[in-house]
Design a protein around this ligand. Structure first.
Ligand code: SF4
Length: 336
């Protein structure tokens, strides 16, 4: 994806949370403050009209990155650039609002993300009002257009969220996200709460909308089959750090990082029907007390002494310029 202007860039993005006990408890127990690094030096670009996907186990920092990119959470370090502008450095309220209009988010749960007391037309029309995008008299017409765009009927606007199935609710959430005419949408596990049969319909809708409206997506999922279907480029996260970034075909044809390979070995396969898929070996370590060196070393069957002592830097690797953080890949490159 080189040569295309990024709409979104994460630069050295970090998120650190103070998870210390209350001051008095720490005083009696003579404990120091504790910090959790949820996101560590994350870098990626998303060109206009493309999908960058983040994959990793729970607790890898995927959703924290999504929340920072969409402006819901301020990074502890680094920058979120939108068309080259540092989102969190903008102080002018009008410019902030203009920037927020361009970015929307679709959440995992279509049950929790819709106000149960509002009619659907009110839910979808709310961002249009909030951003003052058109006269009040025109909003109902625009809501009808959006309902049609996501495959719902105009009459659905009069109903309440509880009258819909999970897939239909996610369509309402998508219509609401589209209401402000965004250019970029963060999709945080948008289909993981849905039945498999409904998942593909929602994913197809999202692809159609991307093609028709030129949308750019940051797509977050733990499901590799969904990622493979949706992504142009993929970042594999482990304990808050990107350990491998590559275009979709490169990553699936030639996964380089041992963690990426482990995730792929554990993913259910079409040809494995009737057999139990392998589980991802071991457990993700305590993020407050991360292992030294490469934080994946306690689970890595290839780990050598160096892995326990030294954190591997991210390096470009191969003709496809995949970025990988692994001492072993470095050794292989030198040997090649
Ligand atoms: Fe495994 Fe070492 Fe590579 Fe980490 S750096 S993934 S422990 S081989």
């Amino acid at each position: 994806m080189t040569g295309q202007t990024p709409l979104i860039s994460a630069r050295n993005l970090g998120a650190v949370f103070d998870v210390s006990k209350p001051w008095l408890n720490r005083l009696f127990a003579m404990e120091a403050k504790q910090f959790l690094t949820a996101v560590d030096s994350v870098d990626f670009d998303i060109p206009k009209g493309k999908t960058f996907a983040l994959v990793g186990e729970s607790g890898s920092g995927k959703s924290t990155i999504g929340r920072m990119i969409v402006g819901l959470q301020k990074p502890s370090s680094g920058q979120v650039l939108i068309d080259g502008d540092d989102f969190f450095a903008i102080t002018d309220v009008k410019r902030q609002m203009a920037m927020r209009r361009r970015i929307q988010m679709i959440f995992q749960s279509p049950y929790a993300s819709l106000n149960p007391r509002w009619r659907v037309k009110h839910i979808i029309g709310e961002p249009i009002k909030a951003f003052d995008l058109m006269p009040a008299a025109d909003i109902d017409g625009r809501v009808n257009e959006l309902l049609d765009q996501v495959g719902l009927a105009m009459s659905d606007g009069e109903k309440f969220p509880h009258e819909f199935s999970g897939g239909q609710r996610q369509r309402i959430a998508i219509a609401r996200a589209l209401a402000s005419n965004p250019e970029f949408i963060v999709c945080d596990e948008p289909t993981s709460a849905l039945d498999v049969s409904v998942q593909s319909q929602v994913l197809n809708l999202m692809k159609d909308l991307q093609r028709d409206l030129g949308l750019t997506y940051l797509f977050i999922s733990h499901d590799l089959s969904v990622i493979r279907y949706m992504a142009d480029e993929i970042g594999v996260l482990y304990l808050g750090r990107l350990v491998e970034v590559a275009d979709r075909d490169t990553l699936f044809d030639n996964p380089r990082h041992p963690y990426t390979r482990m995730l792929m070995d554990a993913a259910p396969r079409v040809d494995a029907f009737g057999r139990t898929a392998d589980t991802v070996a071991g457990e993700i370590p305590d993020p407050i007390n991360k292992p030294t060196g490469c934080s994946f070393h306690p689970r890595c069957h290839l780990a050598v002494d160096l892995c326990k002592k030294e954190r591997p830097e991210v390096r470009e690797f191969g003709a496809e310029r995949a970025r990988v953080a692994c001492h072993l890949c470095e050794t292989e490159a030198e040997l090649a």
